[in-house]
Design a protein around this ligand. Structure first.
Ligand SMILES: Nc1ncnc2c1ncn2[C@@H]1O[C@H](COP(=O)(O)OP(=O)(O)OP(=O)(O)O)[C@@H](O)[C@H]1O
Length: 486
């Protein structure tokens, strides 16, 4: 069935021309000559996308947009205007418009915008469906790596198979473990976690198996261990690569026989626990080095799920930043901040050694510090640890027919006045103008290269220069890679 597009404009001839044009491209169309009619249509019938004029006599497009997004938050709306100011484009984006087009509309541009909006919509619906199937868990990411993880969770969760989750710190291993539990037959049972690296070696046995009263100094009463607490549920053993050798053998026995004794106890207890383990270490290397038991490895590694570092799945950044920004703004009682495309480019160029945890903390800081309403490239540069040395630079200007989303960037200086003396610059009399410009260019390029760890492609992207042009510029300024300050 062709997608239905609702066109809203008070000018009848525009309604008819657009309708004809979209029908020729294979869409169904609905027409509304005012905001009120548009709201009535959307309430009464299914519509896949809306194309709406900003300037209308009784209710202007932005007001209708706000009502539409309240009514149907997921409905993609493309705004169009013949008097498109940057201010209006920013407002429309903040109110949830997917795109903003200038009148007179170029047919190709309109069809691309519509196709993108519908594609984005379909992808979001698919993801929501997948999430709904998986049950409620808070994992974000529409990229292929996360999709693979979602699919593995979906297939593995209902089984009783042990799972080993690998990946660097902060990549979401615990979230995966929780999702596995929540989507298993054990979901009404407990989810118990033990971080093997955080417990002193001499206490780990009693943490896992519990102890009887008087088993050792300090054991003043009977205590149940994590295995007992996780009975009929899931035990998540985080950082299992840090488990001391003596404990590895004891753990093996519980996994083989489902039996244990509390420290200092004579009674054998039967437990029914599904173990999910996680590690940031390469266990094969640990085995080769004699630090991890191979037989234990095979016991815990029935299914392996790898959670890749964030720098290898940058395609998830927009979704993650958006989610964290919304959460952090809500938590701090402020209106949602929008992220300019340039700020996103800067944030995408950073490598996040602390992975999603670091991103979440950085975004939370943004929500507190950014004066908003749009996070500019400068805000992003100030936020990132290695972004700090970058000098303040003018926001790039955009040509008249640039994509509307770039217009949001253009607006940034309006909400963020430049400091009176950016970068602490002082006039010099001992250099020609040309030499001063070259010095400044050299410094900017060196700093950006330091920021990107000498990655020329990323540096060119941050400075909005074509890669070839960036190389030429480096050469002309006598710069080579590896000269940047870190
Ligand atoms: N895909 C994701 N979607 C949303 N939030 C995520 C995602 N991945 C990680 N996070 C968030 O990042 C933070 C770290 O995640 P988590 O504790 O699961 O990582 P971890 O790999 O277990 O870390 P560690 O190895 O340090 O224990 C948490 O706040 C978590 O909510």
């Amino acid at each position: 069935m062709p997608a239905a597009v609702l066109i809203v404009d008070d000018e009848k001839n525009i309604l008819l021309t657009l309708s004809q044009s979209l029908q020729l491209a294979g869409y169904r169309t609905e027409l509304a000559s005012s905001g009120q009619v548009a709201l009535d249509v959307v309430s009464a019938r299914p519509v896949d996308a809306v194309l709406m004029d900003v300037k209308m006599p009784d209710m202007d497009g932005l007001t209708v947009l706000a009502r539409l997004t309240a009514l149907k938050p997921d409905l993609p709306v493309i705004m169009m205007s013949g008097h498109g100011t940057i201010d209006t484009a920013v407002k429309a984006t903040q109110l949830g418009a997917r795109d903003f087009l200038e009148k007179p509309l170029a047919r190709d541009r309109l069809l691309v915008a519509l196709r993108n909006a519908l594609k984005h919509q379909a992808a979001m619906e698919e993801l929501q469906e997948l999430r709904a199937q998986l049950g409620r868990f808070d994992m974000v990411g529409g990229g292929p790596a996360m999709q693979r993880i979602f699919s593995l969770i979906q297939r593995t969760a209902p089984s009783e198979g042990r799972v080993l989750i690998t990946g660097e710190n902060g990549t979401g291993k615990e979230l995966i473990a929780r999702a596995l539990h929540q989507n298993s037959k054990r979901k009404s049972g407990p989810f118990v976690k033990l971080n093997c690296a955080a417990v002193p070696h001499d206490l780990i046995e009693s943490e896992l198996f519990g102890h009887e009263k008087g088993a050792f100094t300090g054991a003043v009463s009977v205590r149940r261990g994590k295995f007992e607490l996780a009975h009929e549920g899931t035990l998540f053993l985080d950082e299992i690569g840090d488990m001391p050798a003596a404990m590895q053998s004891k753990l093996l026995r519980v996994l083989q026989e489902g039996e244990l004794e509390r420290v200092g106890g004579a009674e054998t207890l039967k437990v029914d626990v599904r173990v999910i383990a996680a590690t940031n270490k390469n266990l094969e290397k640990e085995i080769a080095a004699g630090r991890f038991r191979e037989d234990l490895y095979y016991r815990i590694n029935v299914v392996q799920i790898h959670s890749p570092p964030l720098r290898e799945r940058r395609e998830d950044l927009p979704d993650l930043i958006d989610t964290f920004l919304r959460e952090a703004c809500a938590k701090n009682g402020r209106r949602p901040l929008a992220l300019s495309p340039d700020a996103l480019a800067v944030m995408s160029a950073y490598d996040y050694p602390g992975n999603v945890r670091e991103l979440r903390n950085l975004v939370e800081r943004l929500a507190i510090l950014c004066e908003g309403p749009v996070v500019s490239r400068t805000d992003a540069l100030e936020l990132l640890p290695r972004g700090r040395p970058l000098p303040p630079m003018p926001e790039p200007t955009v040509g008249g027919d640039a994509p509307p989303v770039a217009a949001v960037t253009q607006a940034a200086p309006a909400v963020e006045p430049a400091p009176p003396n950016p970068g602490g610059w002082r006039p010099r009399v001992d250099q020609t103008f040309r030499e001063q410009v070259e010095d400044a260019e050299r410094e900017i390029i060196q700093r950006v290269l330091a920021h990107t760890h000498d990655n020329v492609t990323e540096a060119a992207r941050i400075l909005d220069l074509e890669r070839g042009h960036f190389y030429k510029k480096m050469k002309a300024l006598g710069l080579r890679r590896g000269q940047s300050e870190s």
